[in-house]
Design a binder for this molecule. Structure first.
Ligand code: SER
Length: 314
């Protein structure tokens, strides 16, 4: 199998960091960044090949896999939860058609696939504390519906066609390289930018809101680790629960304030509150820990220090 790697959604929140990490590990020329529109940042553009392809276009995607003789796809294209509620038809089309394309390519060309699911696969009827690996999946957003359908499809392609597809249910992800783009957990990103720039942030959720969160270096580490894992050790082909930390919006604000004493904040919940309330507070990720040795490195205080340092630098 060719070792060349395609990353779709390469300019997105995960893609912009995972692509660089993969290039550092496997060589810039071996990792092809695939974006859909807009200019990639300098680092992405200068560190390896960059191609513009719409992942819902099967022929274009196949041509790209053949051009580079890729053996692995990290398929990160996706419209997030809050953005999806504004355009449900588009979210379904982008999230599902692109995944189906990637799985069909994998089936025909024997590719290994990474595709992220999310805590958004859970819903109001899911147990909220220490949410188990196997539990009720009745999401109330189109994004969540596309994640549950995607998990089922991934597992189906594994069982029926032997496609080596691997998946993680990412918590809310905290990172500084891209601006927030339509996620419900994005208050935990926006607060850092606003605190540094304007010394004030209005949270769009209430202060009691607790969600599972993870700092991007941990998400990148988990993604590369599951893709490197011995396939015999993987007992979950739907998607693995994954966790690092959980904290309330208030706790986050106080942690930021420790470093920026004149930071002020308030809470003005909007329609995203309902989405946040439908998701778990804490996640049981023991299966990922047992099967392929998952361990996070960043807790809240380490994350806040690193985020503020990097935002000030950039
Ligand atoms: N971070 C995503 C969102 O908030 C969840 O996967 O939409």
């Amino acid at each position: 199998m060719s070792k060349k790697i395609l990353v779709t959604g390469a300019t997105g929140q995960v893609g912009s960091e995972l692509t660089i990490a993969l290039r550092d590990k496997f060589g810039g020329g071996n990792v092809i960044a695939v974006g859909h529109s807009g200019a990639p940042d300098k680092e992405l553009k200068n560190s390896g090949p960059y191609e513009v392809v719409d992942a819902t276009d099967m022929n274009a995607l196949r041509a790209l896999v053949e051009k580079y003789e890729a053996g692995i796809i990290y398929h990160l294209v996706g419209i997030l939860s809050a953005a999806g509620e504004k355009k449900p038809d588009l979210a379904w089309r982008v999230n599902m058609e692109s995944l189906k394309n990637v799985l069909d390519l994998a089936r025909n060309l024997k590719l290994r696939i990474f595709w992220p699911s999310s805590i958004a696969a859970f819903g109001p009827t899911t147990p909220k504390k220490n949410t188990p690996q196997k539990t009720i999946l009745e999401p109330s957003t189109i994004y969540g519906v596309s994640k549950v359908a995607g998990e089922l499809l991934a597992n189906y392609y594994f069982l029926k066609y032997g496609v080596d597809v691997r998946s993680l249910r990412y918590p809310g992800l905290i990172s500084y390289k891209t601006p927030p783009r339509g996620g419900t957990s994005d208050y935990a990103v926006a607060v850092f930018f606003e605190a540094v720039k304007n010394k004030h942030y209005s949270f769009f959720v209430n202060k009691e809101t607790v969600l599972p969160m993870m700092y991007m270096p941990d998400a990148v580490k988990a993604t590369i680790e599951i893709m490197e894992a011995d396939p015999k050790k993987l007992t979950v082909r739907h998607s693995y629960n994954l966790a690092a930390m959980s904290f309330s919006a208030q706790e986050l604000a106080l942690e930021v304030k420790k470093h920026i004493p004149d930071f002020s904040y308030d809470f003005k919940p909007d329609e995203r509150q309902k989405i946040a309330d439908s998701w778990p507070k804490t996640i049981d990720d023991s299966r990922a820990r047992e099967d392929w040795g998952w361990r996070p490195e960043f807790d809240l205080s380490k994350t806040v220090v690193d985020m503020l340092e990097n935002i000030r630098k950039h």
